[in-house]
Design a protein. Structure first.
Length: 339
């Protein structure tokens, strides 16, 4: 039995969790600072770092108390060291390293995106090979896993991340940040009547692009304003969301056809999107040899439990770091696992 204490602070959630054997969440304490960023319409790095400093020890206490464990019960400390905002990452990293030093525990370095994927283990067993679609505020990528802790990026966004495009369109429509959930809800009340383009639909790769779609939405809104037309927000939301989901689902379908896998994982904050979940479930029905593991909603956004799950993979692989571990704000899978 391996008990991991995990730290996550790469963006605007301060989180500490206790996870056993990568599968069982004993606690997952999350302090979100979304309200502080709402008045700015987006995440402000300096504000984020300060909140992390204020919250990290409280969240740590809560995670240990809720799990009912003491430092003596813990086998390793897992920390997100990238990708993310450098000032934010530093807080969780320093807290994790300090705890490890104080209690003489090994440090396990974790890639935030590996964490998003590993959260699928909270709903079922991942059998390999596996394919993951990771869609969050900071990334959009299709990741192939031949084995545990082995990541190969098949395709990724060439510009904005899917979540980022939800948030930017939300800002245009004066919706509160982050706008993904609100657009999802609005879309249910409208119809996808506006034919926004699905970028690169005919290109033979697994990449994504969302900036053209964002510009198309901006142009649509500006043109309507100039003509003094009332914008049907619900129809706009439904049309925009349909374009994003079609791009994500189309690329995933191609990857599933070209790379037959035993498990398909949907992960990241945008995995909470109802249209995406439903459309992917439909596509997966045509791949009976593939088990569909959408990360449960409570673990789709940023949290430390997922870091504990990915940390267990690193622990099993014998990947540890010293106290000199630094943040890697632009960390990608090629640099991960230290091999
Ligand atoms: O994974 P996450 O919590 O943070 C990052 O690591 O980026 O993802 C946050 C993103 C935000 O962009 C938010 O708007 C989006 O996930 N999101 C959604 C939904 N819920 C959250 N996007 C679309 N539909 C949703 N229901």
């Amino acid at each position: 039995m391996t008990t991991i204490l995990a730290f996550e602070s790469s963006a605007d959630e301060t989180s500490v969790a206790v996870v056993r054997d990568g599968r069982t969440v004993l606690s997952n304490s999350v302090a979100t600072q979304i309200k502080s960023h709402q008045r700015f319409g987006g995440m402000v790095p300096e504000v984020a770092s300060r909140h992390h400093v204020e919250w990290v020890t409280r969240v740590l206490d809560d995670a240990l108390t809720t799990a009912g464990v003491t430092p003596a019960d813990i086998d390793a400390v897992a920390v997100t060291y990238g990708p993310g905002l450098v000032g934010s990452l530093l807080v969780g990293l320093m807290a994790g390293k300090t705890f490890a030093l104080a209690h003489d525990l090994p440090i396990v370095p974790v890639n935030h995106r590996a964490g998003h994927i590993a959260a699928a283990q909270f709903v079922g067993e991942i059998t390999y090979p596996a394919l993951a679609l990771v869609v969050s505020g900071g990334s959009t990528e299709l990741v192939y896993m031949a084995a545990e802790n082995d990541f190969k990026v098949l395709g990724e966004t060439r510009d904005d991340a899917a979540g980022e495009s939800f948030d930017k369109v939300g800002r245009l429509l004066n919706l509160p940040y982050p706008a993904g959930k609100t657009i999802d809800e609005l879309a249910h009340q409208g119809q996808p009547t506006i034919p926004f383009p699905t970028a690169m639909a005919r290109e033979e790769n697994y990449d994504f692009s969302f900036s053209g779609l964002k510009s198309a939405v901006i142009n649509y809104v500006h043109n309507a304003e100039q003509r003094d037309e009332v914008i049907e927000k619900a129809d706009l939301a439904a049309s925009f969301q349909t374009a994003v989901v079609n791009a994500l689902v189309g690329r995933t379908q191609r990857a599933l056809t070209d790379f037959p896998v035993k498990t398909f994982i949907l992960a990241g904050g945008v995995a909470a999107n109802s249209q995406l979940r439903a459309d992917l479930a439909e596509v997966l029905a045509a791949f009976p040899a593939t088990t569909y593991l959408p990360v449960p909603l409570q673990y789709a956004g940023d949290n430390a439990a997922m870091v504990g799950a990915a940390g267990f993979w690193q622990y099993r692989a014998g990947v540890f770091a010293g106290l000199d571990l630094n943040t890697a704000p632009a960390l990608d899978f090629d640099l991960y696992a230290f091999d």
